[in-house]
Each structure stands twice: as structure tokens, then as C-alpha cells.
Design a protein. Sequence first.
Length: 449
Amino acid sequence: KAVKIQTASGASNNTIITGSGNPFQGMVQEGSNNLPLGGVEHRKNNWAPRLGMSWDPFGDGKTAIRSGGGVFYERIQQNVYNFGGLGNPPLVTTPQFYGGNIDTLSPSLAASGTLSPVGIRAIDKKGQNPTTYSWSFDIQRELGGKTTIDIGYVGNVARHLIFNRDIGQLPLNTTTGSSSPLTGLNGASNAARPFVGYTGVTYTEFGANSNYNALQTRVSRRFAKSLTANVSYVWSRAMNTTDTDGATIGYYLDRNRDYARAGFDRRHVFNVDYVYELPAFAKNSAFLKPLVNGWQLAGITRFWSGSPMDVSANGDPGTLGGGQRADYLGGEIYKQDYRSTLQYFNPLVFGRPANGTLGTLGRNVLTGPGYANWDISMYKNTRITERITTQLRVETFNTFNHTQFLNPSSGISVPNPSTAVTASTQASTGRITNSRDARSIQLALKLFF
């Protein structure tokens, strides 16, 4: 029942030949044709055990060894495929007209219009629930002075995560090889699609994976002698196939090609937060007390590693789709003096891949600039009466106005296949063009009563 595609030259090239078949073939309504209501099989009786343990090895209440683990399930995100499916034909069709007048539009005229293949959404009806297996082990010790230290290992793996692949593509190098099917089709790519009558077929599946492993440390001081503070350091690694539900992998036949560092992976994270109540310098002077007493200093300091980056590339993989990344040609990638030149990495070590290939680079192989930031605030508390207190707040964000660069432009565009980036084609690749917010100061007055 497949339609036929017009391969003759002219305005209607690559469109559906009217009356040649069923333009909606393959479309079924949920609850029919063995497709469950909701589009996926209903999963029941999910077994989710949890186990936890806490042990005081010395019996003095100052040391705790804790460990635990469990299985956790997540809902399937409905927006990924249910709402997207509302755009599928026959719910939505867009006929094209050649010539004629707009004031003659009518239902009968629309029914006679020319249809072009469209992209659609589909789903694997197995519908596994996204599942996370988590575990942890840590040691906590009281150090005295209201201070504790916590050192732990935290890990998890996730299975059956939602991802998309375009099964309306062709295998690699199909249209760029010597026996390209487009040669005999007058360039009508829609006639070469695996599902004739449609272009891209975004197929939602439940086979993406992720994992996270981290050493997490923290020293905490509860409020005592006018000070409370936390110092934490995390050394971690996050890996996944996609960062978000419903993201589409680059090449539909190789999901593992996209398994790499997560886009939100931060290898090193160091944070300090604190609140310090300054001493009451004036104890007897009724005049000085409202001015010099009641001050507090608070802040958050953060030093983080940079986030991963892709180096995408133009080109023709011969799949009727995309997903190319650059070829790495060898040489030093990172620029050591980027803060003065804003050229963060060297684009000349990359090149456009050959036609029919996807490039040699994996996903997220580069790391962007790190993050270093100080937020400091001063609070002045003044008691007006026994029941009324005012607080003057002076809050500064990026207190030292330290320039904090965002990731640079990382895509390359080269005119010819199998060609390196040159000075004339590098454009803004590798160059930092934006930064986080500059210093910001805000004043506030709060009234407590």
C-alpha cells in the first residue's frame, strides 16, 4: 500500500503521486492493531527493594559507617512521544497547491492538493520503565568543636532510559557511494527512504544507559561560636547516552557511538558556604550598639571543572540524516593563553570528515573553561523594639567581578570533504564569545515583627 514518489523534474519532484497508495500507511490508533492504550505495554509489579545499614564501630557515638542501596523506577515522560504524536498524519496533513487563487480554497480543493512526505513519531511498545540502581558507602566522624567529616562513595547505573533514533535514515555511505540509489531517482531522496511516504521516523525506545560514580567529601560545622560552615569536594564521573529524555542519537544504527561523558559532567567540584556573626564590638555604648553590633558575613565560593563539548562538523554521511563530528588530525588542542586571546582551542587540528563517514571524534571529547565564583553578603541586624527587628542586606554576586567564560563555539564548517580547517574557514570555532554574568550588587531591607 505504499505510495509512489514523483521523480520527474519540476515543482512536484520528491512529493507523493496522488492516488498512488495509502499516504497514511502504518498509522494505527492506540488500543487497536495490538498497540496498547497509551502506546506502550503496561508495566506492573515492579520490584524495588531497598537496603540500608548504619554501624557505630567504636560504640562512642562519634563514628558512623553507613551503606545502602536500592532499585528505583521513574515514570515515562509523556511529552516525549504522546504530544509529539499529535502531529502525525492523518491528524495533521499539509497539502500543497501549485497555481490557483487563495480565495478559492475549500475542503474539496484541499483534498486534491499534493502531499509531501513528512516526519513522524513512533514508539517501541515494550515501554520499559526507566530504572536506576543506586548504592552508597560513607564514613562519618565527629572531630570536636561541633565539626564533622563525611567521606563517601556514591554510585548508580540507570537502564531503560528514553532516547530517540531516526529509523527513516539509511545505512552509512548509502547515498554517497558509487551505487547511490539517488542516481536513478533524479535526486528524489524520499523515494529512497526505508518507509516510503515519510521522511524522518523518530522512534522512541527505552535502551539508553547512564552511570555515575563519585567520591564525595564534606566537613561541616554546626552553628557554634558565631560560625557555621560547610566545605565539600566531589570527584566524579557521569556517563550517558543522552542528557535528556527524548534526545535523538546521531546515527541510528550505532547507539554506543553516543555513549560518553554526560553534558553535565563536572570532574571536580569544590564548594564552601559559611555564615559568620561578627563580634559585638560595642557592649556598653547605647550610641554605638546600633551601628557596629549585629553584623553577619555570609558567602558561597565555588570552583568547578569545565563541562564537556562536542565538535560537530558539516558533511554528508550518506544516510539522509546527520550526526557528523569532526576528524581529529593531530596536534595540540587547547590554547594556554586563551584568557588574553579568547581562542580557547585550536580549530586547525580538526577537519571535515569524508563523505560517507561520521568523523573520528566521539561525543563530548573536549572540556570547556572551568568555573570560579565568589558570592559574598553582609547583613546588619538592628533591634528596634523587643518585637521588631530590621535587617539591611548587601548581597554581591561574582563579588570580585572575575570573568567566567562559557564554552566556546565548537562546530566546524569546511567547504570540501576530507579537508582540514584553515585560517580562512575557522570563523569563530574554538573562540569564546560569551561569559557568565558580571558582578551584581543588590540592597534589601527586611522587617521582622
